[in-house]
Design a protein around this ligand. Sequence first.
Ligand code: CP
Length: 303
Amino acid sequence: MKNKSLISINDFTKEEYFRVLDLAEEFQKNPNQQLLSDYVIASLFFEPSTRTRLSFETAIQRLGGKVIGFSEASSSSVSKGESLKDTILTVSRYADLIIMRHSIEGSARYASEVSNKPIINAGDGSNQHPTQCLLDLYSIRKSQGTLENLNLFLVGDLKYGRTVHSLLMAMSEFNPVFNFVSPPTLRMPQEYKDYLDEKGIKYYEHHQLDDNLKHADIVYMTRVQRERFSDPMEYEKVKNAYVLNNKMLDNTKENLRIMHPLPRVNEIDTDVDTNPKAYYFEQAENGVYARMALMCLILGVVK
Ligand code: CP
């Protein structure tokens, strides 16, 4: 994995997922180590972020590395008209590794083609969010004890939600059953369903949330991605399509965990937060350990 960019979750093999997850487990036990003290890491966020940016930066700080970067495009020379290519060519002369979030699908792949330093995709438009996927895999394995043979409900904006696209691809290595719950206008795109068909993975599509939850091992709620809608009226029609509350968790399996990549808007009632099945804040914490592991493997400080 040394010097390898991570643009799509499919850039890594199943063995490489396990390497990241096993190392993340080690970092969770012992997070303060000076493994990155010789490294400068660039954190280029052209789109807003709380968890991804701050968990990467926490991971770097705890491992003794240095961070450069920006948290919005307006504070970079992109606001003066500089191209993405020139930005990456410049930053790759400063930093050993570049973490990048951008609104344009394919921008991270493009950056990896022009950069002589590895790129980690921290989210490119509606396309992929592979590091979220690694922390999701870590969270699922930690909470379920396995990644195999699970019944997963992906709920909400399955069209624009990049986290569910990455998760679908990764979990399809582990013989899951998928249940997609979305409004008709926000269904899982056909290309991802074709992907599952090719792998022989079962999936079911629903428009109601509460009917089938008693079979779920993981319910993965997602926000309707307002920023991806060209018509605000279309957003208004679907923004509160699913709101999970505590009552809906009655008669669900003991091992069920509620996940959400966050930020939450209205998708999960705050009465769920104290339910032992709520896992989303622990999931966010897991991002620090998964990202520590990923950076150490890419920089080659851990084999
Ligand atoms: N999960 C996630 O990507 O959150 P942020 O947008 O806050 O980084």
